[in-house]
Write a protein that binds this ligand. Structure first.
Ligand SMILES: [Zn+2]
Length: 338
């Protein structure tokens, strides 16, 4: 099978690997679509994935074979590569280790994952794809579940004014999840004009261009002069966390969704007096996946405007796609189609 193998030093090489055989309790999945996640781009940019890694955790496909003892799935079932409930002890390290450093421990998994024609999963791991959701859209259930968790763990309430900083895939999904959860007004900040347009298409009430206007005062003004009740930081640019803390209203909350892999400057004296809450979220749990899939299936999260034909590539284009994504990007969501 063909797979994009990370060789180190920002190099992905397409190699022919042996077709894996499903062991007891495992299924072999023929990958249909694999979305490129910012996390993988960070692992590439900071050269953190060990050489030999096949990344890709946002994928959909069909069951190609089942290992001994598997009764939950049969050949041909359409599945999403995650969202199932792990048995006790098989939870992700983040969920069971008290102290966990994602940057140092997050890429140790040796399993060949979604940037390959086939991959193995434990039988408990996938979710079944509803009939009205295409394989392409199903591949975005994972990032959508991240957005769902961000909203669920935030203090957002019905009627809140919300700002979303960054309109990459996670920002665009977070704004839609916030709307589904009852946000009254959503203001999106994003330097790329393409992404701002997508945000408007998806129902943002206002967009702000942080490269040409003062993002803090623009958003405070759009939020009736008081600032948003909740700010979702989905950009991880050097200045966005500090901007979020500066623009949020008194007693408001900032939900840190994006992960900065470098130090970001903060000047607490500017905003600490507002008695703000800062919350964090990371990945998603099985329940968030189910909510995400419902939102995709019932149309409350619209993926159509995020999936442009031009951003759908073949495995051979993956090195080029990663190189494009490490620079400030205008693409919305890049997806490998097999
Ligand atoms: Zn992801």
């Amino acid at each position: 099978m063909r797979a994009a193998v990370y060789k180190g030093k920002q190099e992905l090489v397409i190699e022919d690997l042996p077709l894996p055989e499903p062991g007891a309790g495992e299924i072999l999945v023929k990958v249909s679509h694999s979305a490129i996640c910012g996390t993988d781009v960070h692992a590439f940019l900071y050269d953190i994935a060990p050489p030999g890694t096949v990344m890709g955790h946002e994928f959909s496909g069909t069951v190609a074979a089942v290992g001994p003892g598997v009764t939950m799935w049969k050949e041909g079932d359409r599945i999403i590569g995650g969202g199932g409930t792990p048995p006790p002890g098989s939870e992700a390290p983040l969920r069971r280790q008290e102290q966990y450093n994602y940057r140092l421990e997050g890429f140790a998994d040796t399993r060949k994952r979604g940037y390959a024609e086939f991959t193995l999963l434990n039988d408990w791991a996938p979710l079944s794809i509803p009939d009205n959701v295409s394989d392409l859209k199903a591949a975005l259930t994972e990032p959508c579940s991240v957005a769902v968790r961000a909203v669920r763990l935030s203090n957002m309430k019905l009627g809140d004014v919300v700002a979303v900083l960054g309109a990459g895939p996670i920002g665009l999904l977070t704004m839609q999840a916030a709307r589904a959860a009852g946000a009254r007004k959503i203001i999106v900040s994003e330097p790329s004009a393409t992404r701002r347009d997508t945000a408007l298409q998806l129902g943002a009430d206002a967009v702000v261009n942080p490269s040409s206007e003062d993002v803090i005062s623009s958003i405070v003004n759009l939020a009736e002069g008081d600032g948003p009740h909740v700010v979702f930081e989905c950009a991880a640019a050097p200045s966005t966390l500090d901007a979020a803390l500066n623009m949020v209203r008194k007693k408001g909350s900032v939900m840190l969704v994006a992960l900065a892999w470098e130090n970001v400057p903060l000047l607490p004296v500017d905003w600490a007096g507002k008695e703000i809450q800062l919350n964090t979220t990371f990945g998603a749990e099985p329940y968030d996946w189910k909510v995400a899939l419902d939102l995709i299936s019932n149309g409350k999260v619209d993926l159509e405007p995020m999936l442009l034909d031009t951003d759908i590539l073949t495995l051979d284009g993956i090195q080029e796609a990663f190189e494009a994504l490490v620079k400030p990007s205008t693409q919305v969501q890049m997806v490998v189609r097999f």
